[in-house]
Design a protein around this ligand. Structure first.
Ligand SMILES: [Zn+2]
Length: 309
């Protein structure tokens, strides 16, 4: 039996149910980020949005706010307790522009210990633990400090066994970050890369999938980039090429203007009530939908031995 690690403790894989694999509930980017639409710091509004997710059938939500992005396991714990939605939190980092100074000051081993401690013991002064580790790369480059935290994450994974999720900037540097992980001994089947639909290049996405990772699309509804028709076509292509077991879809609605409870849209309801019906209408099967939102998240995240481990 394998377990996923939520902020309230470990749960059996089957208990995860319908899962969004990349969202934000409590996010506070550092002051260098002038675009404060990225800040989600209203407990009431974020909790209301989480209830919207529950109302449409949501069971588990993966929260991807990192150590350099205001992660607070105690806030997430309270939201999970209040709503009854399983919340899986992260440890690790976004892109280098957000890093606090200690990333440069600490050794790779010290950072690795900090990450594995978050997964094994708990973080933010409480007993809630992270259920996966996040890495990040920049637009068409991997900064030396990003290389450092990626190396630390690979070392931490040997201690704590947590799965990895990678932020790509506009979907770039996918191959290069996988080379780096692999060079540090990471089994790529434990790894998901996100924001890949921002780089809507079928050939590139198929080549990434060939390396065994989870391919995450997290832009449904973000028409400012391009219409959902492009995402639907890429999803169908990945399925046609035999990659259904590697697909993850979420909204990454990490802006106040994306969330209904903050007065924006399309919100947490969108994928469940609009995007999935469209996928079904365009030929994706119900069994494939269940893999993307239930089975694949389980296989990626439920890797722990149980509550006592
Ligand atoms: Zn995100």
């Amino acid at each position: 039996m394998k377990y996923a690690r939520t902020v309230l403790g470990d749960i059996k894989a089957e208990e995860m149910g319908f899962t969004y694999t990349h969202e934000h509930l409590h996010a506070v980017p550092p002051p260098c980020q002038k675009d404060r639409d990225l800040e989600l710091s209203s407990y009431e509004k974020s909790t209301a949005e989480l209830l919207n997710f529950k109302e449409v059938g949501g069971c588990t939500l993966v929260e991807a706010s990192t150590l350099d992005y205001g992660r607070d396991l105690n806030v997430l714990r309270k939201m999970s307790e209040e709503t009854g939605v399983h919340v899986i939190a992260t440890s690790g980092f976004n892109k280098h522009i957000y890093y606090p100074e200690w990333v440069e000051e600490k050794s790779v081993e010290e950072i690795a210990d900090l990450l594995s401690n978050d997964v094994l013991v708990g973080g933010d002064g409480g007993s809630s633990r992270a259920g996966f580790m996040k890495i990040g790369t920049y637009y068409n480059l991997i900064h030396p400090l990003e290389k450092k935290t990626i190396t630390a994450t690979a070392i931490a994974q040997k201690k704590c066994g947590a799965p990895i999720w990678g932020h790509t900037e506009a979907g770039t540097m996918g191959m290069e970050v996988l080379d780096l992980l692999e060079g540090n001994g990471v089994d790529l089947t434990t790894t998901a890369l996100g924001h890949l639909d921002r780089n809507a290049d079928e050939y590139y996405l198929l080549k990434l999938a060939d390396r065994g990772i989870y391919i995450q699309f997290d832009g449904p509804g973000k028409v400012k980039y391009y219409p959902d028709s492009v995402r639907v076509a890429l999803i169908k292509s990945l399925i046609a090429h035999g990659h259904i077991d590697q697909l993850l879809i979420s909204g990454d609605m990490g802006r106040a203007s994306y969330l209904e409870a903050y007065g924006g849209g399309p919100g947490f309801r969108y994928i469940k009530t609009k995007f999935i019906p469209r996928l079904l209408d365009e030929g994706v099967t119900q069994a494939e939908i269940e893999k993307i939102f239930i089975k694949n998240p389980q296989r990626w995240l439920a890797v722990f031995e149980g509550p006592e481990c």
